[in-house]
Write a protein that binds this ligand. Sequence first.
Ligand code: MSP
Length: 508
Amino acid sequence: MPAASFYVTTPIYYVNDFPHIGHSYTTIAADVLARYHRLRGADVHFLTGTDEHGVKIYRAAQASGETPIQLADRVVERSKLLWQRLEITNDDFIRTTQQRHQRVVQLVFQKLHAAGALWLGDYSGWYCASCEKFLAENDLTEGCCPDCGTKAEMAAEKTYFFKMSAYRERLLKFLDENPGFVRPQARFNEVYSRVKDGLNDLSATRTSLEWAVPLPFDPAHRAYVWIDALTNYISALGYPDGELYRKYWPADVQLIGKDILWFHAVIWPCLLMALDLPLPRTLFAHGWWTNRGEKMSKSKANFVDPVAVTEKYGVDAYRYFLLREMPFGQDGDFSETALVRRVNNDLANDLGNLLHRTLTMIEKYSGGAVPAPAEADASAQALRALAAETVAEVDSQIADVQFSRALEAVWHLVGVANRYVETSKPWVLASAETRRAELDTVLYSLTEVLRIVSLLLYPFMPTKAAAMRSQLSLGPPEPPLDERAQWGRFKPGTSIAKGKPLFPKIEE
Ligand code: MSP
């Protein structure tokens, strides 16, 4: 049987500035999904990239005295370095200025035109160049965009409207039939009620803009940047007839931030329906990181820089913190104090301690080799059962895109294993020759917990998980997870390779 396919995407990021914590959040989350599904044995395709056209980029380039493509090249180079640094395993990186993408944008417009889904008219109304979106008069707050606070501009030009209103009924029906399409639930409800209130046609082209893809049938018009951008999810697969397209579309999970929900949950499905293409299976809209309670913004210069944080605390601690600290879907505050607390409590105390004391006891009581277990008593059996439950729980939480809950389940197991050390008292068992069998069972059980934990944590903390495994003399994790995570696969007699503590405490 061929492996199940799994296609996961991030939004493509604007190149007006270097990526910050918010971009790294979505990208790390997507990476965890990609790694987890690969470990399960799925055939994964993980896409990220950059959104390079539009007014915003054009003006940012002007402001820095570059051409738009010079700016884009510079930001792309640095973005790629950041993704490498953060151990992101994307399979492709799409740039909207690439030929392979622009061709598909033109094809999409051609098809919309041929399907009668466009009509030529006049647009007159407000526009936010920062969000690249059209705003109604009553959306404005004191003349500014309600989302980002940028001063709205008047736009009056000829445009091809996309007949989005024509898809309202179909979209509502689709939402009724697919209540898991937009997650979390609150976002689904938000989309549903807005669509219920009505859908307007969308201005899909602009004549006042040079830095955009020209329409094939009317070169005075250029593609509205959001339609250009959304198309990346299929252009990167070689739509319409590419092999990747046939294999991976529709996407399994499209991760986005809650600010771009409307584009993905309404405009994107309507476009796909107009093209007669299947809709993605799940759109997950996550929340926002704030800095001391404040929204991060360029004007406040309060963006958390992933490079600076990872230089100080390490990549794995950062990845762990982002996904553990705030439930996916909610908002939360980023603070170094909270990060240090997580590192010290969860990584150094709980996990680090379990690993270090287990390895130390194997050295001390078993000559550095993991003993074969004897018959399991009730507590060893309970630990074994909990390990199996944890594997299943992580699987179901990841299927639900609930990273913090998956990690909570792993830490529950770690906590129970630490208590098992205290209640089984290996140091007492070691002092009585008659209790050797009990001691062997304890040491073997702890090793198994650590091995299984290293598998489950690998998608979140690839480097630390691999280091944990190498201290247990195990190679990098390999699929299929459900087999590898079964209890009892550790080979007794294996010598461990205890090294330095993996999770040192940080001075607060
Ligand atoms: N280019 C569009 C997306 C097009 S996708 C077809 C865009 N780019 S962006 O660079 O502005 O933002 C991309 C993502 O970063 C969004 O999902 C947004 O939610 C996320 N974040 C930006 N700031 C954020 C935080 N402070 N916290 C969490 N994520 C945030 O929008």
